[in-house]
Design a protein around this ligand. Structure first.
Ligand code: NAD
Length: 453
């Protein structure tokens, strides 16, 4: 028995539950790996055989700092395995975490629940003994109640199988730390038994003193979308101020700094710039607004449409700034885009503002070369019409305008002289307020940023 497992067994009053993680993407792979490192026996399940193969051979299929080392450790311990077999999962697990995707439905703002439904249904057909199914995916309120009915109808063990909701708050780029040391755990449960199973499955994390909020299923589902809506609103708030600053001749960075000293407001998520994207915030606020309308309380969160609108206008404004610097005409202009990922320390390009801007510039006739420390491959697959370069300086060769779209530290550290030596024109749009304007201007660059004079 390994040290982590022995420690876990020693601290637990009952035997540690065996865990399965259904859906091994950004969330599920991280969860499965971290739980195995904490000492649990874990089986990861996915419908994508290539992903299962890569994970089994020790390769994390996406960029996440620290995760490859933990995967190696977990595989070495013998406590982590991966499979495509739901039958194996049903036999193996006491607690089954559902971590499949809930993207935006095509042609609608609603969440697409087909992956969640099929994962839960497929798993349920193999549940022949008492077990707990725990949803971690972000879902519209009411989904858990519907899935409880589905699971108990389909599972051979019937009402012996219960369902709980445990929303996930991890941030890509910090996923390992957020999973091993979360700010809080939220357990949405219907019964004392389900709560007991969840407490057992998170015992090592709870023992660290992590706060646990125990609530009903609907509240647990809402916590996640409420949190994301708040964060999105805060970002769009400061970006709305940037819009006003732009016409008033004011500077949004000074404004944001002054607001941040008020600790009722706080500086986090109050950074003006190109706005939010990714696989969560945009689709979560849209799905929330959609669900609220279905429930007849659309007006309560109608502001989320405005939050979304402000966010999308930042992308359009960034394109405008590039056009202005290019002399009013994008057709034929050579533009270098620094960044493709939706945020630094990630290779996730889902609804990435950077690529949205790059594609708009391309459609308007610019020759766009994109560079990103981690997301170039993903971007190339999704947008083969753009040109790619793995190195920022060589990507900037001959550029009429450079535009910084994702605030990777590698881009913050670029020497304006070194880049200035290769571009055709020293003109830069800083879409993330990541650069020191004085330094770039001193090196002869025309520097523009959203919300600044
Ligand atoms: P992802 O697309 O990276 O992963 C989803 C995985 O589910 C894929 O590997 C896919 O092959 C697999 N899958 C699809 N259908 C399946 C099925 N029927 N059975 C088994 N596996 C199946 O998505 P993600 O970013 O990991 O997000 C998953 C959920 O977690 C979403 O609801 C998301 O909103 C939520 N979430 C994500 C994050 C994040 O930072 N990525 C944070 C918190 C919450």
């Amino acid at each position: 028995m390994s040290t982590a497992h022995a420690l876990l067994e020693a601290t637990m009053t009952a035997p540690a539950p065996r865990l399965t993680v259904i859906g091994t993407g950004y969330l599920g792979a991280t969860h499965a790996i971290c739980m195995a490192v904490l000492g649990f026996d874990v089986l990861g399940v996915d419908v994508d055989p290539a992903k299962i193969e890569r994970l089994s051979s020790g390769e994390v299929p996406f960029f996440e700092p620290g995760l490859p080392e933990l995967l190696a450790k977990a595989l070495d311990s013998g406590r982590l395995r991966f499979t495509t077999s739901f039958e194996e999962a049903g036999e193996f697990g006491d607690v089954h975490f559902i971590c499949v995707g809930t993207p935006q439905r095509k042609g609608s703002n609603a969440a697409d629940l087909t992956y969640v439904d099929s994962a839960v249904e497929e798993l349920a057909t193999h549940l022949r003994r008492r077990a707990l199914v725990v949803g971690k995916s972000t879902v519209p309120v009411g989904t858990a109640a519907r899935l409880t009915e589905l699971v108990q109808r389909v599972a051979p063990a019937g009402t012996e199988v219960e369902l709980a909701w445990n929303p996930e708050f991890l941030r890509e780029g910090y996923a390992v730390d957020d999973t091993l040391r979360p700010d809080r755990l939220v357990f949405g449960t219907d019964s004392a038994w389900a709560e007991e199973q969840l407490r057992a499955a998170f015992e090592p994390i709870i023992t660290q003193g992590t706060p646990v909020v125990v609530t009903d299923l609907a509240t647990a589902e809402l916590v996640k979308v409420a949190a994301n809506s708040f964060l999105a609103t805060k970002i769009s708030y400061i970006n709305a101020m940037a819009e006003v600053c732009e016409v008033a001749g004011a500077d949004v960075t000074g404004l944001a700094e002054a607001l941040a000293y008020d600790d009722r407001i706080g500086g986090r998520f109050l950074k003006p710039g190109l706005g939010f994207g990714g696989g969560c915030l945009p689709k979560d606020i849209r799905a929330f607004a959609h669900r609220a309308e279905e429930l007849g309380v659309g007006q309560a969160v109608a502001f989320l449409r405005e939050v979304d609108g402000i966010n999308l206008r930042r992308r359009a404004r960034t394109v405008d700034l590039v056009r202005e610097l290019a002399g009013g005409e994008l057709a034929g202009a050579r533009v270098t885009a620094l960044g493709a990922a939706f945020k630094p320390n990630s290779d996730d390009i889902r609804d990435a503002p950077a690529l949205d801007v790059a594609m708009t510039l391309h459609r308007l006739g610019a020759h766009v070369t994109v560079t990103d420390p981690a997301a170039t491959e993903n971007a190339q697959r999704a947008f083969p019409e753009l040109t790619y370069d793995t190195d920022a300086i060589s990507a900037a060769g001959g550029a009429d305008v450079v535009v910084l779209l994702t605030e990777w530290s590698q881009f913050r550290e670029i020497d304006p002289e070194a880049m200035g030596a290769v571009v055709a024109q020293r003109r830069i749009v800083d879409g993330r307020h990541a650069l020191e304007p004085a330094e770039w201007r001193a090196a002869g660059w025309e520097y523009r940023a959203l919300g600044r004079p």
